[in-house]
Ligand binder design. Structure first.
Ligand code: ADP
Length: 300
């Protein structure tokens, strides 16, 4: 039996891609797509040629997070053309193929695997420094499919995104062991939504009355601070939203012997940037999350 022609075609396509990075998570909603999108923006801003491939077939959020909602893919004689945010940042997602963004994609494994193969085989990326693959959560058919198609040894590695609490970390352990089994290097784990950082002046202060009502005393608090300790107005308030008493991702990484890449705080302005399809590095608004993300990307 000769070599699988699909795998040969994929290997030819991937020959022009220098680095391939998978972004994984154990659970949904932990910020995997947000991280993938911001990583792509950051690498493109560093003048690399970047491709972002969204294989989260049932919940493709990459088009929105890159500001590309409603765009369509075009065919050329070289294959399917990605949709470009800028000349050095191309994006491919099933989201571009759905006539209505509210449509549900209800596909069984083989059909999903077929599409992943087709994405890898038929998309014409041209020369790329980085191909970032935003995978669905968990370790399902799609993961095995992408690893087989790309050839695990040709993938630079996987970044795993998690939130700090135990329920999310348990699934990260499964993700790490999946990578070990299939031979994909774990580049590291990112702890997202790690603490909520807000300038003191953005906080609302509430007083609980005896009858159980909440009274907004923000103005009174801020006026007092301004009068008595004005230097406090520069402080940033931090609250640990998710329980990390188990040591969070850092402890898990040392137990599983994989690198810990860092923490990204919960930042309402990062959420807004993602909603609006913007880079959090482009303006100076994401004061708590952008430096954290930059730090992580520099470690890669
Ligand atoms: P996943 O890809 O893991 O399902 P998403 O990237 O879609 O998760 O993130 C889920 C939601 O949380 C999105 O609305 C996203 O903008 C928001 N989000 C992700 N990370 C952060 C963060 N650090 N601060 C604030 N909002 C975030």
């Amino acid at each position: 039996k000769g070599p699988d022609p699909d795998l040969v075609a994929i290997a030819e396509r991937m020959a022009t891609v220098k680095h391939k990075i998978l972004v994984l998570s154990g659970k949904g909603g932990v910020g995997k797509s947000t991280f993938s999108a911001q990583l792509a923006f950051a690498l493109a801003a560093m003048d690399f040629q970047v491709g972002l491939l969204d294989i989260d077939i049932c919940g493709p959020s990459i088009p929105k997070m890159l500001g590309l909602e409603g765009q369509e893919i075009h065919q050329s004689n070289l294959g399917w053309s990605p949709v470009y945010v800028e000349s050095n940042l191309g994006v491919m997602s099933i989201g571009f193929m759905l006539p209505n963004p509210d449509d549900a994609v209800i596909w069984r494994g083989p059909r999903k695997n077929g599409l992943i193969k087709q994405f890898l085989k038929d998309v014409y990326w041209g020369e790329l420094d980085f191909l970032i693959v935003d995978a669905p959560p968990g370790t399902s058919d799609e993961h095995i499919s992408i690893v087989q198609c790309l050839d695990a040894s040709a993938v630079d590695g996987a970044i795993i995104v998690t939130t700090p609490q135990q329920v999310s970390l348990i699934d990260v352990r499964k993700e790490v062991s999946f990578c070990k089994k299939v031979g994909v290097k774990v580049l590291g784990v990112v702890e997202n939504m790690s603490g909520l950082y807000q300038p003191l002046t953005d906080l609302k202060f509430m007083k609980l009355t005896d009858s159980g009502e909440q009274k907004d005393v923000t103005q009174w608090v801020l006026e007092n601070i301004r009068e008595k300790l004005p230097e406090m107005l520069n402080l940033i308030a931090c609250s640990e939203v998710f329980d990390s008493s188990g040591g969070g991702a850092m402890r898990m990484c040392s137990e599983m012997d994989v690198p810990f890449l860092g923490k990204i705080p919960l930042d309402p302005l990062l959420c807004k940037a993602a909603e609006e399809g913007r880079s959090c590095f482009a303006d100076k608004s994401c004061v708590s999350s952008a430096p954290a993300l930059k730090n992580i990307i520099e470690k890669l």
